[in-house]
Design a protein around this ligand. Structure first.
Ligand code: ADP
Ligand code: ZN
Length: 521
């Protein structure tokens, strides 16, 4: 046997691990050789080690750029446990504390320095660091440099010139979210010098994906949880109110559940988070405020009671399940009302029209994953520019391939109902009209007199709802900006109306039990 490398010895002696994971060794070798690196690795893949370990093996100080103070604090605490000296400089520290840290940096007793980007690029900080020996520069969450991404941070754009300030210092950019375009944007904007690219697979083979249309979401969640007593999990909801109601509902049903959202007092939030991490078998019901930097290996399921706003978000959130590599479930119930809610929120948000269009596009891609017929994992990975050769055999669509049906006629009926009622009613109203319901609302609008009234009795409510969702996904109708979910026709529906194309859609079988999971097959 050959002598273990210095890197491997340090891995065992300092970090206590037996072997490198994935491409860690190659990435570390790249930095040790003084070259730049661009690392794409899913959350939980072990990115931090890629710069922490070379920081110990190269002379001088490693500078780590990170966007969140909380993330820095977690890492520093973990390094502290291992006996590695690491510090952060940030605005919450007193002048006295900062002077003390500067002194220790000058003495060379610190191995890693964590900084927010805006802090690093301050002229005083730059000249201070230039007076020290720098081992490497790591730029974490590097996708923040992309103007098209959801986490864009203008300060990241100022990190490019580091290439000139620290000419012979290797730089490593790391991210867990980047399609091909963002990847190249990172390399360019950060002015990486002919970086070696390390792209890990984003596949999480131990996660079973299941997505179901929302009917009665509380009951659906309880069905999903059957047989899962004692397992730790996260339930995501879009609104604070729903978080609280759901947590309460679960507690009543005998599941230990805690709420987490930005509206709670910060000490309550912190306490709930601590309990979730420390205790076994708790369910955290949360808005997306929960999760950044959560590293709990044995989360057995992530359930979404509402649709995330993009596939990036879905991937990140479901990715918190099964970090230990054991079987885990990603389950979601979604409906058109989620899309309306998210769209409304998007309309009200600040941001340019171009940005809103992009976000709308991402939302449609998310909805597309829900309504698709083929393998979910293939589609999810394809979105991140990764090809999976075969259907995975480990998602709902692979196990129970959904039937399709010729929906051409029904779709034309639906489009016609949209048009004849004035292009401003939501799916529920249109379904009443199509199925011939003489509700007050329908009568008041005079819609019982329309030629489309009652022509769609052949399909159930649920089938119509599914059809309207799929029309939205396919871009044949879109949701107007009223906030009430009014539907209107798009240009793209013309070929269908003219009978030039036909349409096959997913058949929703509402009666089918859809709460089984990976372990029940
Ligand atoms: P990321 O930053 O990619 O989300 P982390 O760096 O936080 O991931 O690592 C995720 C988990 O994997 C951490 O608990 C870390 O200690 C662990 N880990 C990293 N490298 C190894 C390894 N070579 N062997 C075992 N565990 C590892
Ligand atoms: Zn599959």
């Amino acid at each position: 046997m050959s002598k273990p490398s210095a890197a491997l010895r340090t891995l065992k002696a300092v970090f206590g691990y037996e072997q490198f994971r994935g491409q860690q060794q190659a990435i570390i070798d790249c930095l040790l050789a003084g070259q730049d690196a661009l690392v794409l690795m899913p959350t939980g893949g072990g990115k931090s080690l890629c710069y922490q370990l070379p920081a110990l093996l190269r002379d001088g100080l490693a500078v780590v750029v990170s966007p969140l103070i909380a993330l820095m604090a977690d890492q520093i605490a973990a390094l502290d446990e291992l006996g590695v000296s690491a510090v952060a400089l940030n605005s919450t520290q007193s002048a006295e504390q900062q002077r003390e840290i500067a002194k220790r940096l000058r003495e060379g007793t610190i191995k890693l320095l964590y900084l927010a980007p805006e802090r690093l690029v301050q002229p005083r900080m730059l000249s201070f660091l230039q007076s020290l020996e720098i081992a490497l520069i790591a730029i974490d969450e590097a996708h923040c440099v992309s103007q098209w991404g959801h986490d864009f941070r203008p300060e990241y754009l100022q990190l490019g010139p580091l290439a000139q300030y620290f000419k012979h210092v290797p730089r490593i950019a790391l991210t867990a979210t980047a399609d091909k375009r963002t990847r190249e944007e990172i390399a360019t904007r950060l002015q990486l010098n002919n970086p070696q690219r390390f792209v890990a697979s984003f596949d999480r083979p131990n996660i079973f994906y299941r997505i179901v249309p929302k009917t009665k979401s509380a009951q659906q969640l309880l069905d999903f949880l059957k047989g899962r007593k004692g397992e730790a999990g996260i339930v995501y909801c879009l609104s604070r109110k729903k978080v609280e109601n759901t947590a309460e509902m679960l507690v009543k049903a005998g599941y230990p559940a805690l709420p987490y959202h930005a509206g709670l007092e910060s000490d309550v939030r912190a306490a709930n988070q601590r309990r979730f991490l420390a205790e076994d078998g708790l369910i955290m019901v949360a808005t997306i405020a929960f999760g950044m930097g959560i590293d709990k290996p044995n989360v057995r399921f992530v359930a979404h009671l509402d649709l995330p706003k993009s596939l990036e978000a879905y991937y990140q959130e479901t990715g918190r399940a099964g970090r230990d590599g054991l079987p885990a479930d990603a389950w979601m119930a979604y409906g058109l009302s989620d899309v309306i809610f998210l769209k409304e929120r998007l309309q009200q948000s600040e941001g340019s029209e171009a940005h809103k269009r992009l976000e709308q596009h991402k939302l449609n891609a998310m909805l597309g994953l829900c309504e698709m017929v083929g393998c979910r994992r293939q589609a999810l990975l394809a979105y991140f520019d990764e090809q999976l050769a075969k259907p995975c055999g480990h998602c709902d669509n692979c196990l129970e391939p959904p039937q399709t049906f010729d929906a051409t006629e029904a779709a034309r009926q639906a489009l016609s109902a949209v048009y004849r009622s004035g292009s401003r009613y939501g799916a529920n109203h249109l379904i009443e009209v199509l199925r011939g319901s003489r509700s007050e609302k329908v009568k008041n609008a005079g819609h019982d007199k329309l030629s489309v009234f009652g022509i769609g009795k052949a399909l159930s409510d649920e089938q119509w709802r599914s059809l309207f969702r799929q029309l939205v996904v396919k871009g044949l109708v879109d949701i107007d900006d009223s906030g009430y979910g009014g539907l209107r026709l798009t240009e793209d529906c013309r070929p269908l109306l003219r009978g030039e194309v036909s349409l096959a859609l997913r058949r929703e079988n509402a009666d089918k039990k859809r709460h089984t999971d990976s372990r029940h097959h």
